[in-house]
Design a protein around this ligand. Structure first.
Ligand SMILES: Cc1cc2nc3c(=O)[nH]c(=O)nc-3n(C[C@H](O)[C@H](O)[C@H](O)COP(=O)(O)OP(=O)(O)OC[C@H]3O[C@@H](n4cnc5c(N)ncnc54)[C@H](O)[C@@H]3O)c2cc1C
Length: 441
């Protein structure tokens, strides 16, 4: 891995920077990918980062290996596991060859990987440097349109001019806005990278979802379900994380921590050394941004988290070149109106079929959040009994709408009665979400 050095500039307050084609806001996975892809297409790119863009990322990013390998980026993984399992506890449906056995163990038969986050970040920064992205440091605070350009002002009063503003400032986007349609559910997780008195999971294994709840009291089992996501990192180090798929309001960290420690204690495992604690919280099912707004979003800012799985890094890497191509092509017009460039970008990011799938996943998550613990286990046991290309395609958002419907019809056919009833019985805001799906609203 090579790291190209680059200068990060900070302008004085009140100074107006030169006109650039695109001002990208942020320095996370989304910002680095889109800034590099745009610059590689010959556009003049300035990236505005709240801090030093070299500040190491802290999030633990996992991904199915096929997704990262298909992009030719497999070398950015620090770990790969071929022994990938989930536990959905006793009582799960048992159709098909990969169905859970009596202890609820299900073999996924598909490799999972962990990004080397330093390598992923360097990869993005190096591409930016090689394609001459100019970095500015400052916190974007407001924007206005002046003639055919945007002027973004930072909290320190610096001003940056661009023909297009691309907001990649994360889930709490600084500029991109969306309509409100009810509470937004958060995926919350508390994790520990460390050493333990005994292996918390089988050596060499990756556990995607361990929904076993034999360590909980009857009363605790009536509370929102949580699961263990865990990795053997080698050399006696493990990453264990107690996770709530989604809930509004999100499950609090102290409860997740308590659940994690209780789960470990039940298996006779003590935490001996903590290297890193992860406090994970991000929105799972925000509505799509308003696609008519003049500032374009990417990544968390554009609602790209998969509402049914929480994955996003793979789709950012996969979809960034297409968005960059659409923006570059809109700029080919000799005198493009800013609104036309923004419309082309939003259209490339959220075409009709992606919007439909997003609505479908939101509807699905709404259902899952109503499922009690037993029904959730039955649901996932059925879901992961689907043919691998179906569940993998669903989780990575790579199926067509017709394939999504086909997978769901198959899931319905496989699922036990309690899950079928849960899928049919519309409650809360499910009818409204369903109506929007049917009418395309
Ligand atoms: C702990 C955690 C673990 C996750 N694990 C996974 C995973 O395993 N797999 C997966 O696919 N997804 C995962 N996600 C979900 C998602 O992929 C991440 O949240 C991802 O970091 C989002 O990328 P982003 O670039 O959109 O935003 P961020 O990574 O949040 O980056 C936003 C950037 O914008 C900057 N910024 C913010 N405001 C301003 C401003 N006003 N001006 C200038 N700069 C600004 C920030 O400093 C930052 O550099 C995880 C999320 C979390 C929180």
């Amino acid at each position: 891995m090579t790291t190209v050095t680059m200068q990060v500039m900070t302008m004085g307050p009140g100074r107006l920077g030169p006109l650039t084609d695109v001002l990208v806001i942020g320095a996370g996975p989304a910002a680095l990918a889109i800034a590099a892809d745009l610059a590689e297409r010959g556009l003049a790119i300035t990236a505005l980062a709240a801090g030093d863009p070299h500040t190491p990322w802290v999030n633990t990013y996992g991904i199915w290996c096929e997704e990262v390998d298909s992009l030719g980026l497999g070398s950015l993984l620090s770990h790969r596991w071929s022994d990938t399992v989930s536990y959905f506890g006793p009582g799960g449906n048992a159709p098909g060859g990969s169905a859970p056995g009596d202890n609820g163990l299900l073999q996924h038969g598909r490799a999972y990987g962990l990004f080397d986050k330093a390598a992923l970040q360097s990869h993005g920064l190096d591409r930016c440097a090689a394609a001459a992205v100019r970095w500015q440091q400052g916190q974007a605070a407001s924007w206005q349109q002046q003639d055919q350009a945007f002027v973004v002002t930072t909290t320190a009063g610096q001003q940056h001019r661009a023909r297009l503003v691309l907001d990649a400032s994360g889930h709490q986007s600084v500029f991109v806005h969306r309509r409100q349609d009810g509470p937004v559910a958060g995926q919350a997780a508390y994790g520990i990278v460390g050493r333990f008195s005994a292996p918390p999971i089988s050596p060499g294994q990756f556990v995607f979802m361990d929904y076993r709840s034999d360590h909980l009291s009857e009363e605790e089992r009536r509370q929102p379900p949580t699961f263990l996501y865990a990795m053997d990192l080698g050399d006696g180090r493990f990453f264990v994380e107690e996770t709530s798929l989604a809930l509004a309001p999100a499950v609090p960290f102290p409860l997740l921590r308590q659940r994690l420690l209780a789960r470990l204690a039940h298996r006779g495992v003590r935490v001996e050394a903590i290297e890193h604690e992860e406090f994970c919280l991000f929105p799972m099912n925000p509505p799509l941004p308003d696609l008519n707004q003049p500032v374009v979003g990417f990544g968390g800012a554009a609602g790209m988290v998969h509402p049914a799985s929480g994955f996003m890094v793979g789709s950012v890497l996969r979809r960034s070149p297409g968005l960059a191509a659409a923006i570059a092509s809109a700029f080919n017009d000799p005198n493009p109106a800013p609104a036309a460039v923004a419309a082309a970008a939003w259209g490339a990011l959220w075409p009709a079929e992606m919007r439909w799938k997003h609505g479908f996943y939101r509807f699905g998550l709404e259902k899952l959040m109503r499922f009690d613990e037993a029904r959730l286990r039955h649901h996932f046991a059925s879901f992961f009994s689907l043919p691998p290309q179906q569940w993998y395609g669903f989780l990575t958002n790579t199926l067509s709408p017709a394939q999504v419907l086909q997978a769901m019809a198959q899931l319905f056919a496989l699922a036990p009665g309690d899950v079928r009833w849960g899928l049919m019985n519309l409650q809360g805001r499910e009818p409204a979400l369903m109506a929007r799906l049917l009418t395309g609203g």
